[in-house]
Design a binder for this molecule. Structure first.
Ligand SMILES: [Zn+2]
Ligand SMILES: [Zn+2]
Length: 327
């Protein structure tokens, strides 16, 4: 197998040939056909996340087909198309796993961070954490749903049922969740970097009722806002944009420090929450509805060996939507 491997933090991934791997008990081997590139991959490479394990193959938005099955795997067969997300394994016994909050597991494994991911021609996954994807939709179009879609979905659910929804940072996740929220009958207010009229136009083209800079106030108070950008200074701006009792959800795994702000922004039962990881139930709930939602993912594809270019383009904001690597 070939892979783009992170051998040291803050260095380019290296094209590497590795011995083919065999799935152990409860595992599947997946021939990767597409793997999305997520901002979390940048955090892994930059060393922003605790306890990095190196060398590691990044990538946690994997679409592929099963080409080997370990012992004791139920419900999956050779050739099935599956998606492998960020949550790669949980312990099943800690208090969080037992209270149906496995996203907070005390002993988790994360695809592309603590276990090898999908910037590769093949990967090994815990079969219980892979989602069957069926045959509708192309591999490339589905890949961004495995994290941008799933974490976005969890954020949307936690944001509540309010009709007027703000999205701060209009990248891969927001462009998917905007479509989901519109399908649900909500109104979207898109906030981008000030002056980024290209992305504001992109948001309007997807159906946003309003798009502007994050330094602007929306034309009316919002019921909820989801912050996908990694900028802590957006938190007080989001709180300022929501009504009494409104909710602000921070969806990123990493964020710059929050500035101090007047308590008045939180007062009147506004809520500020973060979203961590996903549960398998999130994936089941989201992916079951995907065929009805009519989501069109906007993707820029790169060859697997171009992963460093894809990451650089993501960092620089050179594309709208999501980048996807194809082996
Ligand atoms: Zn991700
Ligand atoms: Zn656990």
């Amino acid at each position: 197998m070939q892979a783009m491997v992170l051998k040291a933090l803050r260095t380019p991934l290296e094209w590497t040939t590795l011995p083919d791997r065999q799935p152990g008990p409860g595992q599947i081997r997946v021939k990767v056909s597409a793997c999305g590139v997520c901002r979390t991959d940048l955090h892994v490479i930059d060393g922003d996340l605790p306890d990095p394990q190196l060398p590691i193959i990044p990538g946690h938005e994997i679409v592929g087909r099963i080409d080997a099955i370990g012992s004791g795997v139920d419900g999956l067969k050779m050739g099935d198309r599956v998606g492998i997300p960020w949550l790669g394994h949980t312990c099943g016994t800690c208090p969080y796993c037992r209270m149906q909050r496995e996203n907070l597991c005390d002993h988790p494994e994360f695809t592309g961070f603590t276990r090898d991911g999908g910037f590769a021609t093949a990967t090994i996954a815990d079969a219980r954490f892979a989602f069957t994807l069926g045959e509708a939709g192309s591999d490339v179009s589905l890949a961004p749903l495995l994290c941008a879609g799933l974490i976005g979905w969890r954020s949307l659910v936690i944001a509540g049922a309010g009709k007027k929804l703000g999205l701060y940072g209009f990248g891969a996740a927001a462009h998917i969740i905007a479509q989901v929220a519109l399908w649900q009958g909500r109104s979207i207010f898109a906030f981008t970097k000030p002056g980024d009229t290209v992305t504001q136009d992109f948001a309007r083209s997807l159906g946003a009722i309003w798009a502007g800079g994050s330094d602007e106030a929306p034309p009316e108070l919002l019921d909820a806002a989801i912050i996908f950008a990694t900028v802590g200074a957006l938190v007080p701006l989001g709180l300022r944009a929501v009504r009494k009792g409104g909710t602000v959800v921070c969806a990123g795994i990493h964020m710059s420090d929050l500035p101090s702000f007047p308590y008045g922004l939180l007062w009147e039962e506004r809520q500020l929450l973060s979203v961590a990881n996903l549960t398998r139930q999130d994936g089941i709930d989201f992916l079951r509805q995907v065929p009805d939602m009519g989501i069109v993912t906007h993707t820029t594809t790169y060859r697997l060996e171009e992963a460093n270019q894809a990451l650089a383009d993501l960092r620089a904001g050179r594309f709208d939507g999501a980048a996807v690597l194809v082996p």
